[in-house]
Design a protein around this ligand. Structure first.
Ligand code: VAL
Length: 445
């Protein structure tokens, strides 16, 4: 059977943007920025996006488009009998870890959407939004239902195939989410105490920077760009060789970053206005946003729309994560798309069950240090596996390929910045990633 292809370059762009923009920009960006001191984290994150993220993203797309296969197959195709494909298995492992918790958080978002439909969240619940949220996530069954529903939706989109499902889902809702976020940001900065929130987000306090903050900023850049796990490689592989990559890559990177910053402008003023701790961790947006909606005009409708769009954004990201192992298993074991999506989706659902129980009956379980189950899986995937995946991508394009091959595979041959890009891919990105790792395990100071 011929491999599937995007219907158009626009379809590819929208799907790749749909992959990048998701819970990472709103939910994860805010709480990771909040936990890591705000302004200084933001600057590091921006630095990593532009210096490492976008250049490596171009490299990842190039490998996929050139290899015309999944994350393992593309490496094997391009460098047979070399161990590069092992990086592909790392990508598959990251996809399991990430979707395992991503779908749980997306389930929370669906639950909020439902509560704005049925009216329960229109007014502040007696216990307050904070305690209500804690009540939800520590419950054994409710979150599992919503997490399951989200996984079913994800599987359905993935099993309808690349063009029909993914392209259509990506096309409609992203611009609406962008407009809504900008409106919310405008409202949020008028809240009393907003100034302090904006200072937290934009005024760097360099004293806050340590190796943990640097690693967190790197991990956030990779997570948010869907980089290093093979999602973008797989999407790139559905692109015909005739389409040009650099402008699409830069567009996707900038757009993803703008979404995160605008989300920060929505969240942090409200964090200070409502006296919520910026370092509340994963619950942060779920306790902050309903507070904004409760006091703004037409807040119930805005809340309903917001959680609908957030769930859709999460869905268009989740399908790109599920696509990584699905594409691999389809090729490797000749499974149908239908069987592959369902089988892998179900395994991921059960991983998510563990994550969800980690907020309730298993809340005492801390696999890594004092990190709970979600945070531990996220740490391994985002701060370790994704940057390692990125390292492999950079080394592959920079050193396995000749200069000529690398430039032609990435459509950079005629661009003035080609040697800057190549310099980043060959030297700067690998060196940075290695140094950050060495620093975070305490080998260098
Ligand atoms: N990049 C997405 C996000 O930021 C996913 C695929 C991790 O939510």
């Amino acid at each position: 059977m011929a491999r599937e292809k995007w219907a158009s370059k626009l379809g590819f762009m929208l799907a790749a943007m749909g992959s990048a923009v998701g819970l990472g920009n709103i939910w994860r960006f805010s709480y990771v920025a909040g936990e890591n001191g705000g302004g200084a984290f933001l600057i590091l994150y921006l630095g990593f996006v532009f210096l490492i993220g976008i250049p490596v993203l171009l490299a990842e797309f190039s490998i996929g488009r050139q290899g015309q296969s999944d994350v393992v197959g593309s490496y094997k195709e391009l460098a047979p009998n070399k161990p590069w494909y092992l990086a592909g298995f790392m990508g598959i492992a990251s996809s399991f870890l990430i979707l395992g918790f991503y779908s749980v958080v997306a389930g929370w978002s669906l639950y909020y959407f439902w509560n704005y439909i049925n009216g329960s969240f229109w007014t502040i619940p007696d216990a307050g939004y904070g305690a209500t949220f804690e009540g939800l996530i520590s419950n054994t069954t409710t979150p599992l239902f919503w997490h399951g529903l989200f996984m079913v939706l994800t599987i359905l989109v993935v099993l309808t195939g690349i063009k029909k499902g993914i392209e259509k889902a990506s096309k409609v809702f992203m611009p609406t989410l962008a407009v809504l976020l900008v409106l919310l940001a405008i409202y949020s900065v008028t809240l009393e105490g907003a100034g302090e929130g904006l200072r937290f987000l934009f005024q760097p306090n360099w004293a806050k920077i340590d190796s943990g903050v640097i690693l967190a900023a790197l991990g956030q850049a990779f997570f948010s760009l869907s980089l290093g796990m093979g999602a973008m490689m797989t999407y790139g592989s559905y692109l015909p060789k005739s389409e040009s990559l650099p402008s699409a890559t830069v567009g996707i990177g900038i757009m993803d970053t703008v979404f995160a910053i605008v989300a920060g402008i929505v969240i942090f003023p409200a964090v200070y206005a409502f006296d919520i701790s910026a370092s509340s961790g994963p619950p942060l947006v779920f306790i902050t946003l309903p507070g904004i909606f409760a006091q703004m005009p037409f807040g119930s409708i805005v809340g309903l729309l917001f959680f609908f769009l957030l769930s859709i954004a999460a869905l268009s990201s989740a399908i790109s994560i599920l696509e990584v192992p699905v594409a691999y298993f389809m090729r490797r074991f000749k499974w149908s798309r239908r069987f592959s999506s369902i089988f892998i989706g179900v395994i991921m659902y059960f991983l998510g069950v563990v994550v969800s129980l980690g907020f309730g009956v298993w809340s005492g379980v801390t696999p890594i240090g004092d990190l709970g189950i979600l945070d531990s899986m996220d740490y391994v995937a985002s701060n370790i596996l994704l940057p390692l995946g990125g390292l492999a991508i950079a080394l592959f394009v920079g050193w396995q390929w000749s200069v000529k091959e690398a430039l032609s595979a990435s459509d950079m041959t005629n661009l003035g910045v080609r040697y800057v890009w190549l310099g980043i891919i060959k030297f700067l990105a690998p060196i940075f990633i290695v140094l950050i790792f060495l620093q975070s395990i305490g080998i260098i100071g």
